[in-house]
Design a protein around this ligand. Structure first.
Ligand code: GDG
Length: 472
């Protein structure tokens, strides 16, 4: 008789496994760890306590047995191409994503998408239930899996369950549009600790819980009645980055040389402005480009003096709203460049591509100012990455007040990206900021980011989860 598969005392559940399938040196297929901060933050915990990670391997209809990559035990969940359309591109990315980002794009409500979301969440919950050892800990991540905490608790009441929400949680007036608003709240309340990026997200969630489910809340806790009454903690745990690779890359001579080469390639403008985003309507790329274009139109800036580099990495290209956004942005960029470029200089160097991290850091180093103008963003890690690379304390961060990062990064130039005149003023302040002021602000920003890195974040969350376990 074969022995049952081993269980893990700590299980991560996320939509994606932290690996990508790539070709090895001899053309064979291998799994390479994806460079995300989440896996870096959890790696130590996973190894210390025999951890496992439940997630989708990134390809439709792929049936895979559990495997280990880079020392992490991976438990793949199969998704059909139909489920990817309905659960992932549909309900996750075309219902929840726009609704939770304040309806910047209209959310689509389709009952068959919801049914698929329930089914897939059930599959993830079942996989996690089989993986976790008696009295183990499971940490569920993000908006694709909001029902997993409750579904998992039904299967395995012995577990301690955490959930972290990486995107905003909207105000009740918007949240209440969701036809399945009560089911989603109950799903989340299956966790012992529900973590959000900012205090406002937690407070929006608590309001929804009071108003929709009529449960009592006190401070950051919710009393959930039932055969075994429970207390759920809902509060902010602002996420951060793994600072080490950014600090190290920024000090590497070849990366610094590449930054100088980038400046030269742009014709040595006096100032380089930089935007780095997934091409997503939440990121305010259009607002940024509009403000910059107007400064050129007015003659306040000229292309000899200033270039905007915009990395817009391809994202969710099969969702209509994203295809439409790409057309809008590319039309705007082409118009501005057509009006203002010279043979030697360009207004906007637009790059619809993804780059290796070394190149991203070289871009951060080359940039005199980083423009983060999101209309709504859970945290925005790009802002923190830029700050982490500025070891010389030079550079200016222009940061939308609608990002989670704005709660922490107070010494940035904070902007309301809807106010185009205000945005133009902020760009001009960044361009003209004296070195002494740059240094004063950047020093404080860096201190904040380096002291509150992703390890501090995961530690704080797991301590909160452990505190709940001990009171049970
Ligand atoms: C969600 C929430 C929250 C981008 N292009 C390239 C590249 N990137 C990297 C950045 C950064 C990451 O992707 C993007 O993180 P953000 O936080 O800026 O935004 P989302 O993708 O929307 O993330 C967000 C986050 O989850 C974590 O909780 O902060 O609010 O929306 O690390 O550097 N990396 C590389 N090449 C690229 O072309 N290597």
């Amino acid at each position: 008789m074969s022995s049952p598969p081993p269980t893990a005392s700590f299980v991560i559940v996320a939509n994606r496994l932290p690996v990508d399938r790539v070709q090895g040196p001899d053309g064979e297929e291998i799994w390479r760890r994806s460079p995300g901060g989440l896996v870096a933050a959890l790696e130590a915990v996973m190894h210390d306590v025999d951890g496992a990670w439940v997630g989708w391997p990134g390809q439709a209809d792929l049936e895979l047995a559990p495997f280990t990559a880079d020392g992490i035990r991976l438990l793949p969940v199969t998704l059909s191409s139909r489920e990817l359309q309905d659960y992932y591109e549909g309900f996750s990315n075309d219902t929840i994503w726009p609704l939770y980002h304040d309806v910047i794009s209209p959310p689509q409500y389709h009952r068959e998408w919801w049914e698929s979301y329930v089914q897939v969440n059930q599959r993830f919950a079942e996989r996690a239930a089989r993986a976790a050892s008696q009295d183990g800990t499971v940490w569920v991540h993000d908006y694709q899996l909001q029902l997993v905490p409750q579904l998992l608790r039904e299967l395995r009441p012995d577990l301690t369950i955490g959930y972290f929400h990486h995107i905003p949680f909207p105000a009740h007036g918007l949240y209440s549009q969701l036809p399945w608003r009560d089911q989603v709240l109950r799903g989340l309340l299956g966790a012992d600790v529900v973590g959000f990026q900012r205090g406002q997200d937690a407070s929006n969630f608590l309001t929804a819980v009071r108003r929709r489910l009529h449960l009592d809340t006190k401070g950051t806790t919710v009393s959930v009645p039932g055969s075994v009454p429970r207390t759920v903690v809902a509060r902010a745990f602002p996420i951060s980055i793994d600072t080490t690779p950014y600090v190290e890359l920024a000090a590497r001579p070849d990366v610094r040389a590449r930054a100088a080469e980038i400046r030269e390639g742009l014709g040595h403008p006096k100032k380089i402005l930089l935007g780095v985003d997934r091409l997503d309507y939440t990121k305010g790329i259009g607002h940024r480009i509009k403000a910059f274009g107007e400064l050129l139109d007015q003659g306040t800036l000229s292309v000899e003096d200033v270039t905007l580099v915009q990395v817009a990495s391809p994202s969710r290209e099969r969702v209509d709203a994203y295809a439409q956004l790409r057309d809008e942005i590319e039309l705007a960029v082409a118009r501005i460049n057509g009006d203002h470029d010279t043979v030697e200089h360009t207004a906007i160097r637009y790059l619809h591509q993804g780059y290796p991290r070394e190149e991203m850091v070289a871009l951060y180093l080359a940039a005199d100012a980083m423009l983060v103008t999101a209309l709504r963003d859970g945290m925005n890690l790009v802002a923190k990455e830029y700050v982490a690379t500025r070891g010389d304390h030079r550079g200016v961060l222009v940061l939308s007040e609608f990002t989670g990062a704005a709660d922490e990064l107070k010494q940035a130039i904070q902007v309301n990206p809807h106010d185009i005149e205000g945005l133009k003023d902020a760009i001009m302040r960044a361009v003209a900021m004296p070195a002494s002021e740059q240094s004063r602000r950047m020093r404080a920003l860096r201190k904040r980011v380096l002291e509150n890195d992703v390890n501090a974040w995961s530690h704080e969350f797991l301590v909160a989860l452990d505190a709940v376990r001990r009171t049970r």
